[in-house]
Design a protein around this ligand. Structure first.
Ligand code: FE2
Ligand code: FE2
Length: 478
């Protein structure tokens, strides 16, 4: 494939530029050890660094040197030292580690003065004995010296969790919410970069998906509840995260390994990345699309492949991820789009299309129609099980969200109103979920606590449309 050849060339080019940047940095820091700030001997190393950074930015790539797992990277590309650059590689790696720096990033706006000052920041700080302190001194000095176009990130040992994600004893609900919001931020950054045609950096997304899988395995209902959050302004981001969570919940029930779940999570998170290429005026149009506009919208799975392929070869993506995103609107009976002579959708494609359709139907944003209440959306989809949606996977999906999905507003036989907050894992009790009581028998608002309909004789008599009652079910999960 032509695109793939192009990518391989770009990657080779990045490896070369990365190596050059490491060597020039090495020369600069060595020179700074022997001369005072402002000395003429520094002019040439500073100029060389600026030159490489410029070349990298011209290719729309990330100008950052990172140390991770014993290797140096330029952005996402792993660098391989050849015999001529072993010393500089070892020196830079060791230096970063001793200062607790995991990466140095140069912005497009970086000036020669900043590069010069940066070399002396490291000279001013005594490295070791305790890297977190050293790192804090480094960022303090960067700030004091007015170096705004060079930023750093802390060094993370292989296998070590992000410090902020590791607060022991944290309330599981609060933790789930934090993970959800981190994921929204990660996906919004990637989508915004995709819009501007910049390189997609998946580092953060990879991390949040890993955390999400751990959380899902530990306390699934907390995350599933959060998929009821609706944001009108940030629809695409929330939708992406919801599709990721719902897909993962299905993958987990099918028995996917952690590694496979990770791929599925990334595919779910970026299934709509092709929307970055659709003009905002169309996406946000308050009225019906014209046939021409539909045609553009229908191209987003194909656009998505193009965006995702940009990452291929960079050791992140598998064909499963790309195919899953491509197929998410195709439908099992191939009644959807893009039209392509297929025999059968991939497993990822079938999972993501169910998660995608469910979240889109229950959201208000899509094509500006009134959203379906969760149980109605499920009914709509179950009517299409075996045609548009894989029948077996629909069963798995019902098993995840219940026949009264989380977020459903229900009237109980006791005449109280409640919101479904959890489901029984037992198929025989799917009609008896856990419900948070939100109104008294007289219809007054109340927080009546959570009751398990699986025990006792209260049952659901009716499902109601929360929008008619002007209720936001997600509030009961926050
Ligand atoms: Fe889509
Ligand atoms: Fe979607």
């Amino acid at each position: 494939m032509e695109a793939e050849v192009e990518l391989q060339q770009l990657e080779k080019e990045m490896v070369r530029l990365g190596k050059t940047l490491v060597v020039h940095l090495f020369v600069l820091l060595k020179t700074a050890q022997n001369y005072n700030e402002g000395h003429g001997a520094l002019r040439s190393p500073v100029g060389n660094i600026l030159g490489v950074i410029g070349e990298i930015h011209r290719r729309n790539e990330e100008s950052s040197i990172r140390a991770q797992g014993g290797h140096l990277f330029l952005g996402e590309v792993r660098l391989k030292p050849d015999s001529s650059a072993v010393d500089p590689f070892l020196f830079i790696f060791d230096l970063l580690k001793r200062y607790g720096i995991g990466g140095i990033q140069f912005a497009v706006t970086v000036t020669p003065q900043e590069i010069m000052r940066f070399a002396y920041v490291l000279k001013e700080v005594e490295p070791l004995p305790y890297p977190p302190d050293v790192y804090i001194q480094v960022i303090g000095l960067l700030h004091n010296k007015g170096i705004t176009s060079i930023s750093t990130e802390p060094f993370v040992e292989e296998g070590e969790a992000e410090p902020s994600d590791d607060e022991a004893g944290e309330d599981p609900k609060a933790k789930a919410k934090k993970i959800y919001l981190h994921t929204v931020v990660a996906v919004s950054e990637v989508m915004d970069n995709a819009k501007m045609g910049q390189t997609l950096r998946l580092r953060k997304s990879k991390r949040v998906v890993q955390t999400m899988i751990d959380q899902l395995l530990a306390a699934e209902s907390n995350l599933l509840g959060l998929t009821t959050i609706r944001s009108h302004d940030e629809y695409t981001y929330h939708h992406s995260v919801n599709v990721c969570i719902l897909s993962l919940a299905m993958g987990q029930r099918i028995g996917f390994s952690k590694a496979r779940l990770f791929e599925l999570g990334i595919a779910g998170l970026f299934h709509d990345i092709g929307k970055a290429e659709i003009p905002e005026e169309i996406l946000n149009k308050p009225t019906e699309f014209s046939p021409e506009e539909w045609e553009v919208v229908h191209r987003h799975p194909t656009f998505g492949v193009r965006k995702l392929m940009k990452l291929k070869g960079l050791d992140i993506l598998t064909s499963r991820i790309v195919t899953g995103a491509y197929e998410h609107h195709m439908n099992c009976d191939l009644s959807g789009y893009p039209k392509y002579p297929y025999r059968r959708l991939s497993l990822f494609g079938r999972i993501i299309s169910i998660a995608d359709c469910y979240d889109a139907l229950t959201s208000s944003r899509v094509y500006n129609r009134v959203p379906f209440p969760p149980d109605k959306a499920l009914r709509f989809m179950l009517d299409r099980a075996g045609t548009a949606y894989d029948a077996l996977l629909m069963k798995v999906f019902v098993n995840c969200i219940g026949i009264f999905p989380i977020g459903t507003l229900v009237r109980l036989s006791s005449n109280q109103l409640g919101v479904v907050v959890g489901n029984s894992g037992d198929p025989d009790r799917w009609d008896r979920p856990t419900v948070r009581i939100i109104s008294t028998i007289k219809g007054e608002e109340t927080d009546g606590g959570v009751i398990d309909l699986g025990s006792g004789d209260i049952s659901i008599t009716q499902t109601l449309d929360p929008y008619r009652y002007r209720l936001d079910p997600s509030l009961y999960f926050l």
